[in-house]
Design a protein around this ligand. Structure first.
Ligand code: S3P
Length: 433
C-alpha cells in the first residue's frame, strides 16, 4: 500500500488511540502464565501483538476473542505451557521474541523461535547471554533468529545490562520467575517498566533500588482483568500533527501516562510546545489520563542525550519531524539503539527527511537537524518501519505539495486505524494499492 498525503489546512478534534503495544504483549504473556482467567479489554489488534497471540496459542494456551480488541485468556499456571508442535513465529515483533525467550528459559522442552527477514536482522545475543548465565540452553543463528531455547533449572543472577533495553530486562525478569533464588537486573538508565508493574499487580515480589530491579521466584501469578490504556507512542503522532499544523488542537483521552514512556512529551514541552497530560485513573499499577495539545507558535531546538533517550526511544522518527520546524540545531546523542530497531532509524530518517528538504546530519549514535526548514512533498519510503511511515505522514501534512509514502502497510504493526484516525481529524490521506 502507498499513502498519498496532501498538506493539511485544518486538523483537530477529540479522539482515542488503540491500546498500548508493550502492555498488550505483556498482559497476554503474563495472563497465559497466571492461575485462572484474565479479561483484556482494549488489547491492541496490531500485527506485532497478533504474533504474540499466535505463539501463546501454539504453546497450548486457550484464548477466546469476543471482539478484535478483547481477549479472554485461560492461564494454565506458571508451569502450564505445552511443548510447541511447530516453530513459534514472532513475525516482525522483537518484543514477542525476546520476552518469549525469557519465559521459555523456564521450561524443560525445546522451542524454536523464528521471525520475518526484518526481525531476523535484529540482535538476539543480548537476551541469549544472560539466559545462558542463568542455566538455559540458548542457540542463536550467528546472533540472530532462528533461536532455539531449552530451559529447565535456572539460577538467579545479578546482571548489568550493557544497554537500556526493556525487552532484555523483561526477558531476564521473566526467567527470574523460574529461578532458584532472586534475580537482579541493573539498567544503565530506566527503560519502560511495565513488566515490573504488571508482575507486581499479579502478586510477584519486585524490589527497586535506584536502577536495580530484583525479582523473587514465585509459585503462582494471579489473573488480572483490565482495560489496556491508549498507547502514548501512537498518540505522539497525533500530538506532533497538532503542534505543527496552524490552528490545530487535539484531545486524546485514556492514554497511558507512565513516565518511562513520556520523554518525547517532556522534550516537546521544553521546546515550547503546549501539551498537557492530565492524570485521570490508575489501571494495573499504571497511570492513565488525557493528553491535550495545540499548535505551537514557535519551537526552539533542544539537545537530547543520556537518561531521557530510553524514555523516548520509539519516538525519535516523529521527534525528528518536529525538530525540522524548530529554530536552531536539535542534536540527539546516546541513541545508537536506533540503529537496531525495525530499520536503522538514524540512516532511514536521514535519507527520507532529506528527500523532503530537511537538513539532517547523521552521527553513529544520533543525528542533528538544522531548523526551521519548509518541507516539500516527495516520494519517500517507509523502510518497512511503521514508526517511520507514520512520521513521514505527519511530515507530508506540513509539506508543500503532495507526499507519497511507499510500503506503508507496516503501519498495522503498531497502529491499526492510523489512516482513519488522521482522516477523522481532518487530514487528507488516500491509501492506494
Ligand atoms: C519495547 C522496548 C523497546 C521499544 C520497543 C518495545 C518493549 O525496545 O523500542 O518498541 O515493549 O519492551 P528495546 O527494549 O530493544 O529498547
Amino acid at each position: 500500500m502507498r499513502l498519498r498525503i496532501r498538506p493539511a489546512n485544518q486538523f483537530g478534534g477529540a479522539i482515542s488511540v488503540p491500546g498500548d503495544k508493550s502492555i498488550s504483549h505483556r498482559m497476554l504473556l503474563l495472563s497465559a502464565l497466571a492461575d485462572g482467567t484474565s479479561s483484556l479489554q482494549g488489547w491492541l489488534p496490531a500485527a506485532d501483538c497478533e504474533a504474540t497471540l499466535r505463539c501463546v496459542r501454539v504453546l497450548g494456551v486457550q484464548v477466546e476473542r469476543p471482539a478484535r480488541d478483547h481477549l479472554i485468556v485461560h492461564g494454565g499456571g506458571l508451569r502450564g505451557l505445552q511443548p510447541p508442535s511447530e516453530p513459534l513465529d514472532c513475525g516482525g515483533s522483537g518484543t514477542t521474541m525476546r520476552l518469549l525467550m525469557g519465559i521459555l528459559a523456564g521450561f524443560p522442552f525445546p522451542s524454536v523461535l523464528i521471525g520475518n527477514p526484518q526481525l531476523s536482522r535484529r540482535p538476539m545475543e543480548r537476551v541469549a547471554q544472560p539466559l545462558r548465565q542463568m542455566g538455559a540452553e540458548v542457540f542463536t543463528t550467528e546472533g540472530h533468529a532462528p533461536v532455539r531455547v531449552r530451559g529447565g533449572f535456572l539460577h538467579g543472577i545479578r546482571y548489568e545490562l550493557p544497554m537500556a533495553s526493556a525487552q532484555v530486562k523483561s526477558a531476564i525478569l521473566l526467567a527470574g520467575l523460574y529461578a532458584d533464588c532472586p534475580t537482579t537486573v541493573i539498567e544503565p538508565a530506566p527503560s519502560r517498566d511495565h513488566t515490573e508493574r504488571l508482575l507486581q499487580a499479579m502478586g510477584a515480589t519486585i524490589r527497586k533500588e535506584g536502577n536495580s530491579i530484583t525479582i523473587e521466584p514465585v509459585e503462582q501469578l494471579h489473573p488480572l482483568s483490565l482495560t489496556i490504556p491508549g498507547d502514548p507512542s501512537s498518540a505522539a503522532f497525533l500530538i506532533a500533527a497538532a503542534l505543527l499544523i496552524p490552528g490545530a488542537h487535539v484531545q486524546i483521552p485514556g492514554v497511558l501516562l507512565n513516565p518511562t514512556r513520556l520523554g518525547w512529551l517532556e522534550a516537546w514541552q521544553a521546546m515550547g510546545a503546549s501539551i498537557q497530560a492530565i492524570p485521570e485513573d490508575e489501571v494495573g499499577g499504571e497511570r492513565v489520563g488525557l493528553l491535550n495539545a495545540s499548535a505551537a507558535a514557535r519551537l526552539q531546538a533542544i539537545e537530547i542525550a543520556g537518561a531521557i533517550v530510553p524514555r523516548m526511544i520509539d519516538e525519535f522518527p516523529i521527534f525528528a519531524v518536529v525538530a525540522t520546524q524548530a529554530e536552531g540545531v536539535t542534536r540527539v546523542r546516546d541513541a545508537a539503539e536506533l540503529r537496531v530497531k525495525e530499520s536503522d532509524r538514524i540512516a532511514a530518517l536521514a535519507t527520507e527527511l532529506r528527500r523532503m528538504g530537511a537538513r539532517i546530519e547523521e552521527y553513529a549514535d544520533g543525528f542533528a537537524i538544522h531548523g526551521p526548514t519548509s518541507l516539500r512533498g516527495a516520494l519517500v519510503h517507509s523502510h518497512g518501519d511503521h514508526r517511520l511511515a507514520m512520521a513521514l505522514t505527519v511530515a507530508g501534512l506540513i509539506a508543500q505539495g503532495e507526499t507519497v509514502i511507499e510500503d506503508a502497510d507496516c503501519i498495522r504493526d503498531s497502529f491499526p486505524g492510523f489512516v482513519e484516525t488522521m482522516q477523522a481529524l481532518g487530514a487528507e490521506i488516500e491509501p492506494t494499492p
